[in-house]
Design a protein around this ligand. Structure first.
Ligand code: COA
Length: 183
């Protein structure tokens, strides 16, 4: 446990020293339902870590979905999946995303665009967030094409029907989904 915390502690100390010297911190908030977190989400987090000093993964409420996992379970599964990535912090968000971006002092929201059909929904959400909070910028990144067809619903459906999801989600998530699905 202590061993897995060390990279995070060392990285935080490095950040404090760097930003005490006047540099500005680049921080992005990556929100989603993450029910559950998939390899596609992990791919995006890894890419974002190359561009930002800190990547905050925000487990949020999508009022249109009935989740399999509660917020704390989802948070814990993401933390396990991102263990050893000191730039990553996982939080839960219960209110509006446009408020959360200020609360966490992030410069932008990050969303994944997998296929063209994601675009309309994402554009609507980005514009709504900016209308609520004029400084709220949304940036989009693409996962690799191997991850472009994965969705959380698909993973749950495959597991529920007894299929193998190990290629689509991190190991901790696979075990948790099988347990919930009774497989
Ligand atoms: N790889 C794999 N799958 C991906 C992906 C990627 N890189 N990016 C998105 N997806 C999938 C997700 O698995 C999910 O699939 P599902 O529908 O089968 O679950 C789908 O694409 C999109 O879901 P997700 O990324 O989890 O986001 P969401 O659309 O459920 O989240 C919130 C939307 C939570 C960010 C949004 O509702 C929100 O901001 N809520 C807070 C309240 C608020 O401010 N509301 C107003 C918003 S304008």
């Amino acid at each position: 446990m202590l061993y897995s915390l060390q990279p995070a502690i060392i990285y935080r100390a490095h950040l404090v020293l760097t930003f005490c010297n006047g540099a500005s911190m680049k921080r992005v908030l990556y929100p989603g339902s993450f029910d559950p977190f998939t390899n596609g989400h992990l791919d995006l987090v890894r890419r974002a870590c190359k561009l930002f000093d800190e990547v905050i993964v925000g487990v949020a409420v999508n009022s249109g979905k009935s989740p399999m996992f509660d917020m704390e379970e989802r948070k814990s599964l993401i933390e396990q999946s991102c263990a050893g990535m000191p730039q990553v912090r996982v939080v839960t968000i219960s209110g509006l995303m446009s408020k959360a971006i200020k609360q966490f002092d992030a410069q932008a929201l990050l969303r994944g665009l997998r296929v063209f059909s994601d675009y309309e929904y994402e554009l609507q959400m980005a514009l709504a967030n900016r209308s609520l909070e004029p400084d709220c910028e949304t940036i989009f990144m693409n996962p690799t094409h191997q991850n472009s067809f994965i969705s959380s619903s698909l993973v749950k459906e495959i597991a529920g029907l007894g299929g193998d999801i190990s290629e689509y989600v991190p190991p901790a998530v696979a075990s948790a989904v099988y347990a919930k699905a009774g497989k």
